[in-house]
Ligand binder design. Structure first.
Ligand SMILES: NC(=O)c1ccc[n+]([C@@H]2O[C@H](COP(=O)([O-])OP(=O)(O)OC[C@H]3O[C@@H](n4cnc5c(N)ncnc54)[C@H](OP(=O)(O)O)[C@@H]3O)[C@@H](O)[C@H]2O)c1
Length: 328
């Protein structure tokens, strides 16, 4: 039998703060049928990693290995897996990415074009595919649509601004401090509001001459959902796709009627890439946007995988901009 390569990564033994992220040797195994083992070169950090670490989302195993996106090179191919040693690949899966080597089902991997570097891919697989499905499938944005996005200088937010600009939308981004305003402007937003300094719903009404937006993409949730509903015009769409400030409390179904017969959805990327064809189609669209120069990865921080706890502290304290990459 071939000797498995030793593996290391980050585990969490019990839900808690960043101090629970522990560097550890991990059991290694050979890839089974339909699987490959990859050596990971870059791993993306996401807010979902924090939800899992805190125990807000149920753990599949204990200890948990967090991490939802990464890129690397295939080093071993299991029986029937449609890839070869040396292929450059990337993936998004809800957890398990904070490690040096990883076994992944081949049908969850996408091959990387040569023009896409590993760190770029690791910053795009979750955040970029999220942007792709939100703006194309959750709501199909057209030129001239008025779109509000919260946390506009963040990982997803900075990709949303660029993609919206490429579609010809009128985009309004909110940020949590004055120093993030230029970052959101650089990311392509037509208007930027510091939502901790002013009432963003009132500003949106001013910008839209009282009309309101067609759609709000709200990943902040508890602190923003009321203002988000107020920012929509009648029959507008409220998309709550995250909860960086905590889950929505006190929402009543009748709030949608009071806001003007509004629509609301709480989507998750993994339901939009369940099938292999969906995953490939969305990744191809994302990579073509990158190749056309319409969407650029915005990597604000690079941190050693061993220092994942610091990356979590910074993300939770709103100190990061763009994406954070962990380097194994
Ligand atoms: N549904 C899906 O499939 C899906 C997929 C990917 C990501 N998401 C969601 O998208 C959001 C963005 O993810 P990301 O990884 O790119 O993170 P991020 O936007 O880079 O970081 C989160 C940002 O949220 C804002 N925020 C507002 N209140 C906060 C609070 N109390 N604590 C911490 N941050 C707060 C901060 O920006 P300001 O300082 O500018 O307010 C912070 O920088 C997350 O909510 C995530 O769960 C959802």
């Amino acid at each position: 039998m071939t000797q498995s390569s030793a593996d290391f990564g980050i585990i969490v033994r019990k839900p808690g703060g960043p101090e629970e992220l522990e560097w550890s040797e991990l059991p290694a195994r050979e890839p089974g049928p339909g699987e490959v083992r990859i050596v990971q070169h870059a791993i993306g950090v996401n807010f979902i990693d924090i939800y899992y670490r805190k125990g807000a989302y149920p753990w599949p195993t204990t200890p948990l290995i967090p991490g939802a996106e990464a890129a690397g090179t295939v080093e071993k191919v299991g029986q029937g897996a449609d890839l070869k040693v040396g292929d450059r690949v990337a993936y998004t899966l809800p957890h398990g990415a904070y490690r040096v080597r990883r076994i992944v089902p081949a049908d969850r991997l996408v091959k990387l074009p040569d023009s896409i570097a590993f760190d770029v891919a690791a910053s795009l697989m979750l955040k970029g595919l999220t942007t792709q499905f939100l703006l194309n499938s959750c709501y199909r944005v057209k030129a001239g649509d008025v779109v509000l996005v919260h946390a506009a200088a963040g990982g997803v937010g900075s990709l949303m601004g660029q993609w919206l600009k490429s579609l010809g939308a009128i985009s309004i981004g909110t940020v949590g401090s004055a120093d993030k305003i230029p970052i959101a402007i650089q990311s392509g937003y037509t208007h930027v509001i510091d939502y901790r300094a002013e009432d963003f719903a009132a500003r949106v009404k001013l910008i839209t001459a009282g009309d309101g937006c067609d759609v709000v993409f709200d990943s902040v949730a508890n602190d923003t959902w009321r203002g988000s509903l107020k920012s929509l015009h009648a029959r507008g769409l409220f998309v709550c796709f995250g909860q960086s400030s905590g889950p929505i409390a006190d929402f009543k179904f009748s709030d949608l009627a009071a806001g003007g017969s509004l629509y609301a959805t709480r989507p998750t990327l993994f339901d939009y890439i369940k099938g292999r064809d969906d995953l490939q189609m969305r990744a191809a669209d994302l990579f073509s946007k990158v190749a056309a120069g319409e969407v650029r990865a915005s990597i604000g921080q690079r941190v050693s995988l061993r220092d994942a706890a610091q990356a979590h502290r910074d993300l939770e304290a709103r100190r990061t901009t763009g994406s954070t990459i962990l380097l194994p």
